[in-house]
Design a protein around this ligand. Structure first.
Ligand code: PEP
Ligand code: MN
Length: 294
């Protein structure tokens, strides 16, 4: 399988595993994404208020999250929906980092916002709707910040890797791939969680791969089961939406976990994460151990 991907990407093989690159580890503050530790990123869909953000940051940190998520610039399908707090939201995120020690990941939607977002955030998120916005990818890459690249909702795995390649070509090796569900004929879930993409990307690419079960599922009851599946498929981490009062969240309420839901998810992930760590994180041994449990 690897050979056929090398053939397909013969002009731009940098995203693929090769003799030079077996595994990229993305450093973020004191963390390494793509290393031995399974990384949980958690926080609200949108930054709303200082109380909401700080309460969430403190809770998810105590429960084991290492990175705080929260959108200050929100891509919304309706022009009448909440569009995010913008710069004020970025400042709240920076205060939450100071108070909690958690690193910050937040979305950048436009080239013009890259300098501001890069000033406040530790990781720049490129959303599903912008995976093919090449001028944004270039500007984000050149900021030098690590990039969390979400898979386009109608992008193939090859399209996804080509977008990652653009970031690498612009001098930024620190790309984290994120599977967040794709559009299919199925409407029972918000998107269709493509777990095979995680397993495949872990085999062919050296870039870290994380999963976003919140946007894949669209309903909170499915977030924990999909997160467990992501660990078993070899993901390096997950990103999930959490809010002190999820039903009142200003965006994505249906898929947002309460603090208690988050604690339960973290506890349910533990045996899966432990299994992942029992064998060398980057060798074939780990893959075989996971296959052995089915
Ligand atoms: C988000 O993370 O809140 C978000 C909008 O994600 P996506 O781009 O995957 O829809
Ligand atoms: Mn969201």
């Amino acid at each position: 399988m690897r050979a056929s991907w090398h053939e397909q990407f013969s002009e731009s093989p940098d995203v693929l595993k090769g003799t030079r690159h077996q595994q990229t580890v993305v450093p973020v503050l004191d963390l390494e994404i793509g290393g031995d530790e399974f990384i949980t990123m958690a926080g609200p869909c949108s930054v709303e208020t200082e109380f909401q953000l700080l309460a969430t940051a403190n809770h998810v940190r105590r429960a084991g999250a290492r990175i705080l998520r929260g959108g200050a610039f929100k891509p919304r399908s309706s022009p009448y929906a909440f569009q995010g707090l913008g710069l004020e939201g970025l400042k709240m995120l920076a205060r939450a980092r100071e108070e909690s020690g958690l690193a910050i990941v937040t979305e950048v939607m436009s080239e013009c916002d890259v300098p501001a977002v890069a000033e406040y955030a530790d990781i720049l998120q490129i959303g599903t709707r912008n995976m093919e916005n090449y001028s944004l990818l270039e500007a984000a890459a050149r900021s030098g910040r690590p990039i969390l690249l979400k898979r386009g909702m109608v992008a193939t795995i090859a399209d996804f890797l080509r977008s990652a390649q653009i970031i690498l070509d612009n001098g930024n090796p620190h790309v984290i791939l994120c599977e967040r569900g794709i559009r299919t004929f199925e409407t029972a879930t918000r998107n269709t969680f493509d777990v095979a993409a995680i397993a495949l990307l872990k085999q062919i690419s050296h870039l870290p791969v994380i999963a976003d079960p919140s946007h894949a599922a669209g309903v909170r009851e499915l977030v924990a089961p999909l997160a467990r599946v992501a660990v078993a498929a070899g993901a390096d981490g997950v990103i999930v939406e959490v809010h002190p009062n999820p039903d009142k969240a200003w965006s994505d309420a249906d898929q947002t976990l309460s603090f208690a839901d988050f604690d339960e998810m973290m506890a349910s992930l533990e045996p899966y994460v432990a299994l992942r760590q029992r064998v060398p994180a980057r060798g074939g041994e780990r893959t075989r151990a996971m296959e052995a449990v089915g």
